[in-house]
Design a protein. Structure first.
Length: 194
């Protein structure tokens, strides 16, 4: 996937005007792929570069959505780097202006950042505030976060049921080698050994 994105990005480098937004979007996706490949430091540099460009182009009225997408990506990078407090700041700071799938992404980022800090009770409370229907790419993510919070609180039966829902969603929409499938399997294995 990364090689295809690199080729696309090289082609988009030559565009100007509104076409530059396509380039920025492709670079955000490259950052997410780098996270999935276990290269969060490179993903951080890429997401920061996109956000710098967006800051310089805020006069364009249609960049707010791309900015929020880049911020969600940056939050994912920060979680991958173990910098959960910074990710929480991004999520809380931008939730008021998000809606739809972007609200879902920021709420999921908030859940992940709270879980990364061991704040399971808060994460479980926040999990009840996710309103938007997830995109197929987000299948199982919300359920995984909820299961992790429940497991952290020692509510193992509820956690197992939620993890099974996460796995069902993952199996329906995601490739078997998607990182989220592995995360759900790892959580189920930890619960089985507990």
């Amino acid at each position: 996937m990364l090689a295809e994105l690199e080729g696309l990005i090289a082609g988009l480098e030559q565009l100007s005007g509104a076409g530059r937004l396509l380039l920025l979007r492709a670079r955000v996706y490259r950052a997410w792929v780098l996270i999935d490949e276990g290269r969060p430091a490179e993903a951080e540099a890429e997401a920061e570069a996109v956000l710098r460009v967006l800051t310089r182009t805020m006069y364009l009225t249609n960049v707010w959505e791309l900015e929020l997408i880049a911020l969600v990506c940056m939050g994912d990078v920060l979680c991958a780097l173990g910098r959960h407090e910074e990710a929480e700041t991004i999520a809380r700071g931008h939730l008021p202006r998000a809606e739809g799938h972007l609200e879902f992404g920021l709420r999921l980022l908030l859940l992940r950042s709270l879980l990364g800090q061991g704040r399971h009770e808060e994460a479980l409370a926040e999990s009840g505030r996710v309103y938007a229907d997830p995109l197929p790419a987000d299948a199982g993510a919300y359920e995984l976060a909820t299961a992790t919070a429940l497991h952290g609180l020692g509510r193992h039966d509820e956690a197992k049921a939620e993890a099974q829902r996460a796995m069902t969603g993952c199996e329906r929409y995601l490739h078997p080698h998607h990182p989220r499938v592995g995360e759900v399997q790892a959580l189920l294995a930890r619960m089985a050994s507990a």
